[in-house]
Design a protein around this ligand. Structure first.
Ligand SMILES: [Zn+2]
Length: 191
């Protein structure tokens, strides 16, 4: 079990120094940031944001997506978004896409629905992005940036997000993380 080997290393080398910080952590959390990013293993959200236990609330999935409010019924990520904004009162939401995103690549090349039915069904929710990308002859990186804007628009479709933003309690941002550079570029958006 690879993960357990890593855990043993953490326990041996790091845990002792963490113990004082962990004392009392069970009483609650008040992260200021909701960080939404891709499941891609090459992104390390805590390292990237210099954050530690209790500081970063995270949603991860293939393609860093949040469904539009109209399609949010029963969706885990939508529920997590609601919890972050309404219960935790996060002050910022970051949608962090990345270069060479396999999900966006698959969206554009298409997947065999017979082989990868669940992926095909998920990607069909991003059809509007696919069509826009084809229509405007976007490059891969342009499509990845456009996806970030799409997801920010979806986030803005929730009334509790609109309310928190209009009260000045919440801001939203788009980031694109370069896997090969380790650097972040802010994505120009109207948020
Ligand atoms: Zn990705």
């Amino acid at each position: 079990m690879y993960a357990y080997k890593g855990y043993e290393k953490y326990k041996k080398e790091k845990l002792a120094t963490l113990k004082p910080k962990l004392a009392g952590i069970e009483n609650g959390q008040s992260p200021k940031t909701l960080f939404i990013t891709c499941s891609d293993s090459r992104i390390c959200p805590n390292e990237l944001t210099s954050s530690e236990q209790g500081e970063l609330f995270v949603i991860r999935n293939a393609g860093n997506t949040i469904p539009h409010f109209d399609k949010s019924n029963g969706n885990a990520d939508a529920a997590t978004l609601e919890y972050a904004v309404k219960a935790l009162g996060v002050e910022e939401i970051i949608v962090c896409g990345h270069t060479h995103c396999g999900a966006i690549g698959a969206l554009m090349t298409g997947v065999d629905a017979n082989q990868l039915g669940t992926i095909a069904s998920y990607l069909s929710e991003l059809n509007e992005l696919r069509e826009l990308s084809l229509e405007r002859k976007m490059t891969g990186i342009e499509t990845i940036k456009e996806n970030i804007k799409f997801q920010l628009e979806n986030i803005h479709s929730y009334d509790f997000v609109q309310q928190a933003m209009s009260q000045g309690k919440l801001k939203t941002y788009g980031w694109i993380y370069g896997l090969e550079t380790g650097e972040v570029e802010l994505v120009d958006c109207e948020a």
